[in-house]
Design a protein around this ligand. Sequence first.
Ligand code: FES
Length: 211
Amino acid sequence: MAEQSSAVARYGHGSRIPGWDDSVDLSKDPAVVPDPATTPVPDELRAQIEAAMAKYPNFRSAAIPALHAAQDLHGWCSPTAIEQAACVMRLTPGYLTAVATFYDMFETKPVGRQRVYVCTNISCSLRGGKEMLEAVKAAAGDDPDLNVRGFECLGACDIAPMASVNGEFVGPLEPADAEQLIADLKEGREVLPDKQLSRRACADPGARSDG
Ligand code: FES
């Protein structure tokens, strides 16, 4: 079996973070909170972020759901997406950029809107997760609407190897599922309904039982 590439990009001094050792430009004006008068924010995005902020004693705790909402709307954490979220939260864009660049689930470059995260962490890789990722990548081809990537443990090791497809967990997968997974996604169908974690029998009486 061919060895999978696991090279991680490295920057100055071996860091994985681009620009971490760039010197600060002290001649720049201090960052400011975006002005609501000049920063249009879609009503739905504003409502989502405000609802998230209301859930926490410290509104900054809503940074992650706010970024999720902005990413869902814009497709990625673009400068505009971050500016709008920062405007609603009354934070600087830099504050939210620091969060977005730390967490793997936020995209800081344009990507396909359909997210397929195939887990390649220990439990999944022991059960063929890396082969699964290659099979899904092959099925997806170069469709720019698809964002297929490997991911660290998604916390569903009991259905290894698994994937998150636009947030829906599916597994256990086998390479033969890859074509169907991509076809379901492209045609707007539920993806692999028989393998959705949310449809599995559960001790929770409130869990879905329509599978
Ligand atoms: S290792 Fe894949 S979900 Fe945990």
